[in-house]
Design a protein around this ligand. Structure first.
Ligand code: SF4
Length: 89
């Protein structure tokens, strides 16, 4: 199992967000959870080893975007960058 959080931050949009783990955790560090930013592991899904294989295993489970909404509007440009990198081959 791997964890990949390409961006961080979100907006509470429904009752289901009331007890959001990410907002609660950020509050402990005085971090504004409403600001969406790329993380240091943003490009982990497209990084390759010397032999050309992807460092992130293609088999197995990857828990993605646990500190945001993968489809949040502010991250659209980031998602586009990832698609471009992955399509380069
Ligand atoms: S991360 Fe999920 S639960 Fe938290 S605010 Fe965003 S959509 Fe809601």
């Amino acid at each position: 199992m791997e964890i990949w959080n390409p961006w961080h931050g979100c907006h509470k949009i429904s009752e289901g967000c009331l007890n959001c783990y990410m907002f609660r955790r950020d509050a402990m560090y005085d971090k504004d959870s409403d600001i969406v930013t790329k993380t240091s592991t943003f490009d982990a899904s497209v990084k390759r080893s010397r032999d050309g294989s992807y460092k992130m295993q293609e088999s197995g489970t990857v828990y993605a975007c646990m500190t945001s909404d993968f489809f949040i509007e502010e991250a659209d440009e980031y998602a586009l960058l990832l698609q471009t990198d992955r399509c380069k081959g």
